[in-house]
Design a protein around this ligand. Structure first.
Ligand code: ADP
Ligand code: MG
Length: 335
């Protein structure tokens, strides 16, 4: 820890207030926390780390770091259909940081965590605080609950199921390009919208919970739509065909693709969207329409589950009926 600021000062001053809402957190004063998932519930547990210079820029705002580390974890709970209960936070803070700077950074981090806790109905229940000679890193372990036997798994997709995604796809990957100073032809508003999607995941918790018993398989889009759908296919022993022109783009994403059609490839393959990709039987379409309406969450059918093809071609992408493969330079048509 930086001189003059001990581990326990940091926990008491900054982190303990985030645990106030949850009796099982024991004020972050005991050796561990207590969680009661309730009768007939199964705990759902996931963890993800974000590292400065890897998952966010060194100069990212602390609010962005907070939103990202909590959001990516809650997105995994969403993909399982779980309701979040609590999370742990392991913070490795640069040993050389001047105390004042560290305190200001932590206050802003905690301010955003508090706001997101209220939004998502979750509280801090424990963690670890260490000094590191390396870059700042934060690890969240998120804990949720789902009715026993009702979790959304990746392994349930069946041939003939339809494939759906929530929201819009590709914004975060395009936002990363904006962060790199690219896409200068976009309006300032479009660039800001894409950047925001890169920095701030919005986990689809409500949708995930409503999909239990409706979807046959689900995953969150963290690695990229095609890759994450590929994970569903692998776990389910099936293949998939998606129609690229059906994949929903935001107004900013559509503007980027209109300026440079090769960016459609980036949208389909780029990561960090934190939308849900899921499969459901054709008969589930009316239920899905009702869920989308209730939650005010767009749900778009983008393709169908097929028999398993080769390992290298689990997910076929068509564009207006023409098969496409991705080369290093973007989409290439087979003609
Ligand atoms: P131990 O050394 O027994 O592992 P620690 O000193 O690491 O205990 O932590 C003391 C208490 O403070 C524990 O309840 C732990 O969960 C909590 N805690 C430590 N760091 C954090 C943090 N970053 N966020 C939330 N709780 C924390
Ligand atoms: Mg410890």
């Amino acid at each position: 820890m930086p001189a003059g600021l001990g581990e326990f000062d940091i926990i008491a001053r900054h982190f303990a207030p985030l645990a106030a809402g949850l009796p099982g957190a024991l004020g972050l004063l005991d050796d561990a926390a207590l969680i009661d998932p309730g009768p007939g519930q199964t705990l759902v547990v996931t963890t993800d780390t974000v590292v400065a210079g890897v998952h966010f820029p060194h100069d990212a705002e602390p609010e962005q770091v907070a939103a990202k580390v909590l959001g990516v974890n809650l997105s995994d709970l969403a993909a399982m259909g779980a309701q979040p209960l609590a999370y742990l936070l392991a913070a490795a803070l640069p040993a050389g940081w001047p105390v004042g700077e560290l305190e200001r950074w932590l206050s802003r981090l905690v301010g955003r965590l508090a706001a997101d806790q209220a939004t998502f109905g979750v509280a801090l229940i424990g963690g670890d605080t260490v000094a590191t000679p390396g870059p700042l890193s934060l690890t969240v372990t998120a804990i949720g609950a789902v009715a026993a036997g009702r979790a959304l798994l990746r392994s349930g997709a069946r041939v003939g199921d339809r494939i759906f995604v929530s929201g819009t796809i590709g914004d975060a990957a395009l936002g990363l390009r904006v962060l790199a100073g690219e896409l200068p032809a976009l309006t300032a508003g479009d660039r800001a919208a894409l950047l925001d999607r890169y920095h701030v995941p919005r986990p689809r918790l409500g949708l995930g919970q409503r999909l239990c018993g409706v979807a046959t398989a689900a995953a969150d889009v963290s690695d990229g739509l095609v890759a994450d759908l590929g994970h569903i296919c692998k776990a389910s022993g099936v293949g998939a065909t998606i129609d690229a022109e059906r994949v929903p783009l935001s107004p900013a994403g559509a503007a980027a693709v209109a300026n440079d059609p090769a960016l459609l490839s980036l949208a389909l393959h780029g990561g960090d969207d934190y939308e849900l990709v899921f499969t459901a039987s054709e008969a589930a379409a009316p239920d899905l329409a009702a869920i989308a309406r209730d939650l005010d969450c767009p749900v778009t059918m983008i393709g169908r589950i097929t028999p398993e093809a080769g390992v290298g071609e689990r997910v076929r992408v068509l564009h207006h009926g023409t098969p496409l493969v991705v080369g290093t330079a973007g989409w290439q048509h087979f003609r």
